[in-house]
Design a protein. Structure first.
Length: 422
């Protein structure tokens, strides 16, 4: 399962895609930073330390020296934002050859080929930032070392690397490629086994969400009948509200169906999936020409399917806009865009550093709230505009008007009762 995937740097005319990750680690994501079209960082909540993964795509050997230097400057800026305690990985296509030369603290002698100028620049970057190159630490067969194959299949090189903080070198168990994995790319799947755990995030109970488009008449009848039985004489407001709340909640859960979670539309057609199966078979059998042909065919059909899917989505968006269905309009835009929001498991302290521990987060909220409402009672400016006259009693018609004026389709409060149920 891919944890992070982007189109970083593959096509300068396209923007970097949003990161994607397996459902297993999604709850551990603290946030991500799209630096530019060549690099992205994602932070995970780990145990005992948090984990930051940076994915990069370095300029090729044909790039100008200024572009290469700008790439490493941007990467250095991104590194400066990462907490020092985090376990750090930097992965991606570096378009560099490190070779089998041993560099103490940075690389071992189990690389592939001869180091080039780009490899020398990468080595210097690792030395400056106390990073070790995991690909070179383990003796492997050559087919487990090369990460890229030329289009004609004649040349193979090691250009993809996984970098890790030197302090965590002993936790790396193995690093090797999986040539048999069907990635639909001229690069091979590169895997590192690392001894560390993601912090277990407890499952939260999903609150009951009413399907507000299917409120039955039975709900209205039962609520009215139970309201008629309420004793309204000489009641404490809080006690009366608790009874009203319980009536609405109990009746709603009993009579209104639960909102179903809509599955996202899958845009790949059956034809594309069949070709993907054939492509995987060709890869496993070593049929290079057939694999190359099927890969091109899959890419063509996948582009066609995605274009058709997006076209249909846009038609629905235009129709919602024409009909004035604002809520459906923006929901469809969000679903089509597919923006991911990291869980709110961290906030920043005064210095901009991430706080992930529950107690630290509570203290920071307390500190912020106290500052927000802190006033100098001896300052006469803080007493301007204070109303001392009592207002008249609230009329029943004013309460009805207030209820009718509430905007619908909004999130409920602590009582979890949508305004539509009144």
């Amino acid at each position: 399962m891919t944890i992070i995937s982007t189109t970083a740097g593959r096509n300068p005319s396209e923007e970097m895609e949003q990161p994607s990750w397996s459902t297993r680690v999604q709850n551990a994501v603290l946030g991500y930073n799209l630096k530019n079209d060549r690099m992205i960082s994602v932070r995970f909540q780990g145990k005992p330390f948090n984990i930051t993964v940076i994915q990069v795509y370095a300029p090729t050997s044909k790039a100008e020296e200024a572009e290469v230097e700008r790439f490493y400057e941007d990467l250095q800026d991104l590194l400066e934002l990462i907490p020092k305690k985090d376990v750090l990985f930097i992965t991606g296509d570096w378009n560099a050859k490190l070779g089998s030369q041993d560099t103490p603290g940075v690389s071992d002698k189990f690389g592939l080929g001869i180091r080039n100028e780009a490899g020398q620049r990468l080595r210097e970057f690792c030395q400056e930032n106390a990073l070790v190159i995991a690909n070179t630490l383990f003796q492997q067969h050559k087919r487990r070392l090369y990460t890229w194959t030329s289009p004609e299949g004649q040349h193979r090189n090691q250009t993809d690397y996984i970098l890790c903080s030197q302090r965590w070198r002993s936790s790396i168990q193995s690093t090797k490629t999986r040539p048999g994995a069907d990635c639909g790319s001229d690069h091979e799947l590169l895997i590192t086994k690392f001894r560390l755990k993601l912090k277990k995030v407890g499952k939260t109970t999903r609150p009951f969400r009413y399907d507000l488009n299917q409120i039955p008449y039975d709900y209205i009848v039962e609520v009215r009948n139970r309201f008629k039985g309420l004793d309204l004489i000489d009641r404490v407001p809080d006690e009366l509200w608790n009874e009203v709340r319980d009536i609405v909640q109990e009746t709603g859960i009993k009579t209104i169906p639960m909102e179903k979670k809509c599955k996202k539309a899958k845009w790949l057609s059956g034809e594309a999936l069949q070709i993907a199966v054939k492509r995987r078979e060709a890869k496993s059998k070593g049929e290079k020409e057939r694999y190359k042909h099927l890969n091109a065919e899959f890419q063509r059909i996948a582009r066609r399917d995605k274009k058709a899917f997006l076209s249909n989505q846009c038609k629905e968006i235009e129709e919602n806009n024409r009909m004035g269905k604002t809520r459906d309009l923006f929901k469809k835009i969000r679903d089509t865009k597919g923006t991911f929001h990291a869980k709110m498991g961290s906030i920043k302290d005064r210095n901009g550093m991430d706080l992930t521990e529950a107690e630290d987060i509570k203290k920071r909220w307390q500190e912020y709230t106290e500052e927000l409402y802190k006033k100098d009672l001896h300052d006469p400016d803080n007493h301007d505009g204070v109303i001392t006259d009592l207002e008249p009693d609230i009329l029943e018609c004013e309460v009805k008007w207030a209820l009718e004026s509430i905007t619908t389709n909004k999130a409920s409060g602590d009582d979890r009762i949508p305004v539509e149920l009144f």
